[in-house]
Design a protein around this ligand. Sequence first.
Ligand code: NAD
Length: 268
Amino acid sequence: MVLEKKCAVITGSAGGIGRATAVEMARQGARGVVVTDIDVENARKTVELVEEAGGNATFIPGDLRKPEEIKALMDTAAGTYGGIDILVNNAGLLEPNLTDDASIEGLPLEVWDMIMDVNLKAVWLASRYAYPYLRKSAEPVILNAGSVASYNAYPANMAYSASKAGVVALTKMLALELSDDNIRCVAYSPGAVETTMLSKYLDAAEDRSAVERGLSATHLARRDPLLGQPWEVAKLICFLASGDALFINGSSHMVDGGALAWRGSRGA
Ligand SMILES: NC(=O)c1ccc[n+]([C@@H]2O[C@H](COP(=O)([O-])OP(=O)(O)OC[C@H]3O[C@@H](n4cnc5c(N)ncnc54)[C@H](O)[C@@H]3O)[C@@H](O)[C@H]2O)c1
C-alpha cells in the first residue's frame, strides 16, 4: 500500500496506460483517483474498475486543449479530495491516428498543433494549475508520459517525437523550478505497449503485422506477450509516485523491453 492517503489526478485515463494506472493506484492504497479524459464513456468505465479494485474514483471531464478546462479540472480535483499529491500527465496523441498523411508536406497544421497542445503544452499547464495544491502535499510528484520516441525517430512520428522529446526536457525544467517546494518531476518512457493508441497506429500501417513484428523484434525481453502491457507501465508509475522513489527526480525511465538499449532487431 505504498500510495496510502495519496490523491492522484491521471489525465488520459479512459483506457490504456492511464486506466491501468488508476486501477493500480487504487490497489496500492490511494485515497482518491481523479479520472479525466475527453472520452466520457470509457472514463466512467475506469471509475467502475477503480471501485471494483476497492478504491475511490471521480470522473472530472476536461479537454486538455483548453487551458481554462485544465484549471477547472485541478481546482475541482483538489476540492473533491482535499488536495493533490500526484499528477500523472499521461494523455497523448499520435499523428498516424489523426491523419492519413503524416509526411512533411502532408501533415495538416491543425494536427501538429493538436499534438503539441495535448502532449506537451498541457503537461506544462496541468503542472502550473496543480502546483498550488501539490506544494501543500507532504510528498508531491508530477509524472509525465515520455516515450521511446523522445529519443529515437520512428516513421510518421514527427510531431509526436518532437512533443515527447519536449516532455523529457520539460520534466527536467519542472524538477528544477519546483525543487524549492520539494515537488519531484519524473518521466516514464514506454516502448510499444498494447493500447488503443498502438492498435490504431498498427491499423494505419500498410502491413499491420509487419510493423507489429518489427516493433516487437526490437525488444530484448523475450516473453509472451512480446509487446508491453499497460499494467507494466502502471507499476513503474506507481513506484515513481511512491515514497520509495524520493531520490528520483528530473529523470526519464524506460519501460521498453530493452528496445533502446541496442540498435538491432532480432527478427520476429
Ligand atoms: N501505447 C504505447 O505504445 C505508448 C508508447 C510510448 C508512449 N506512450 C504514451 O503513453 C501515454 C498513454 O498512452 P496509451 O497508449 O495508453 O494511449 P491511449 O490512446 O489508450 O490513451 C490516451 C488517452 O488520452 C486521451 N486524450 C486525447 N486527447 C485528449 C484531450 N484533448 N483531452 C483529454 N484527454 C485526451 C484519449 O481520449 C485517451 O483516452 C501517452 O502519452 C502516449 O503517448 C504510449
